[in-house]
Design a protein around this ligand. Sequence first.
Ligand code: THG
Length: 746
Amino acid sequence: MSAYLDAIAQRVLIFDGAMGTNIQRYQLTAEDFGGQATEGCNEYLVITKPAVIEEIHAGFLEVGCDVIETDSFTASRLKLDEYGLGHLTHEVNYTAAQIARRVADHYSTPEQPRFVAGSMGPTGMLPSSDDPSLSNITYQQLAQIFEEQATSLLQGGVDLIIIETSQDILEVRAAITGARRAMAQLERQVPIQAQVSLDTSGRMLLGTDIAAVMNTLVALRVDIVGLNCSTGPEHMREPVRYLAENCPLPISTIPNAGIPLNVNGQAVYPMEPEPMAAALSDFISEFGVNVVGGCCGSSHEHMRAIVNACRKAPRHARPIADNNVSQKDFTKIIPANVTSGIRAVTMQQDPAPLLVGERVNSTGSRKAKQALLADDYDKLLSIAREQMEGGAHVLDVQVALTERVDEANQMAKTVKKLSMGSEAPLVIDSTEANVVRAALEIYPGRAIINSINMENGRQRIESIVPMALEHGSALVALTIDEVGMGKTTERKVEIAHKIYDICVHEYGLPANALIFDTLTFPVTTGQEEMQTAAIETLDAIKRIKAELPGVLTILGVSNLSFGIKPYARAILNSVFLFHAVKAGLDMAIINPTHTIPYAEIDAKQRQLAEDLIFNRPEALPHYITYFEEHGEQKTDTNTKVDPTEGMNVAQRLHWQILHRRKEGIEPLIDEEIHSRTEAQQVATGEAAVDVLNNVLLPAMKEVGDRFGAGELILPFVLQSAEVMKKAVAHLENYLEKQEGYTKGKV
Ligand code: THG
């Protein structure tokens, strides 16, 4: 039970204003900060000038705020170390909490209890970026840093933990884990309010959009989801609307007093108290926001105006989930979505199914295997992009190699590469717990784990399900037990029930995070006992969906057709997929570029495939004979495979920069230079300058323009810049040293 959550269920709660901005007003000296070495460390003031912090807290409570935040925003050991104060981490956080507690208790009345939020801001690291120094920290290290900070805040008596101004969603995940570990250790549960900062285009620094933020955080079972800092309220409007319409939990909105202006090197927050108060009270009456407050630039006057306006605002009756932590039924709360570091994708596509691209797979693709043997992660990324361009919604990633022993390491590198270079949510395909863990600790969003089974009784469940809970992952379960793979409908359903009972009832995994794979076996081998394989699988899907409400289903469709020719295989898989979806299949692991829409399959071929699937007499010989005669059609049904088809060389160069494709950029440069020197009779140096100015720079300009318009995210811009760098480096081979020539600015 939490008094804070109880209060949220009853009324809008108002947080305090800015700590930093208000400290600045005191014009403190180096001495106040405990000396020159620690000047500017606002958190150290809880030790050196506690009266100042106390007065700021009291001022906010005086104007009517319900919640004050501890002066501990950058008091993680990592940040305090920058001032040589790391050894005081406990003391600073504990004291910050105690000061706030004391002031809040002084102002609390039965009618208006005041709350203390233990503030944890970012460490300054960006673990999910590919910057070598900013990403040079592990999930576990971050979790440990936040656990330490949360422990001291909890010991100091905070009512909730607020993780705020977050820039990197992977760091938020580590902070949540750290806070949870601290609570478990101290046996004291408090709510977690997780807030991120979005820029004016509505994304986090590394491109995470509001849907990915919300779905990742809700799956982690935080108690409040919100936004703070970065912009004024006007830019928060659309993301707040999104949260209001989609977030099952209470939401918080704590903007800056406008976007800061730089006045003589000082940040000045331009928004006046009244307009800010009006904007926040609108959020309450229009969107049903549950928690408001002020971030940077918000003075006591701002908060007085906000309290006055927001107390009067009738809250739009947005439904929120039951506020009692212990009774929250997360099965009903957590949406059936997965996320990458960029966006969210629903696992219940309409029309079904969710397409899971199968080819980033060491055992299911020769190309992928060779890439992994050579540690060629660029190659894996290009396979991944092909799958996405072919229509995959998410990608299955499997990297096991009998030739190597570093699966966890290769998995981590692959997941990092794919997260940075594509927007696809990932399915982590490994039954090894250490490999799954390595992937989840690198992956920024909400992944799907593939898979658990009961081959060794409860063993896999016990090692993997706690990880799924910690990371908020969805989880594939194969219908296999100690006796073996479920081959009949009866056995498949029986095993699914066993797994469901343990995962959902014992562990509390939400039913819609559980995805059953009823397995299918080839009907193409001629083996007597396999002839009904497709029927058993389809019936099992129907029964599992009916008997285990809320769960999802998945199938590796191509298992059905091993051993026959590619085109015959594609037809059989596609027809089977159609029937599996009719039976209730939610997700299909396939090669999307080899899948043919049912409606486009020739009626005769459809009939032959259905005869085989439904085990009609002589179906297999008929199928094989037919395709021996009609078998040589192209299996690649995807006409969009080469998006640069029909482009000239200059257009291709432009396209590759815009679409972040390094491969093959150098031969294109050579080709373009040669065609120019030949056609225009100019020197190569001149042609190179021309290519730079009229081909490469305009491409980079378009990248910049698109970024400015919010159409491109920062990591993609950096990757385009990498392509540009490679192109320019190659171009330099053609450039003669010329006086007064500059390469231009990028
Ligand atoms: N269920 C679940 N996960 C799975 C499977 C499943 N993961 C792995 C596998 N099965 C699904 N993935 C593939 C990947 C490739 C192929 C089939 C399934 C495939 N590959 C070509 C072949 O073998 O003919 C290789 C082509 C090439 O080398 O390029 O068919 O069932 N939960």
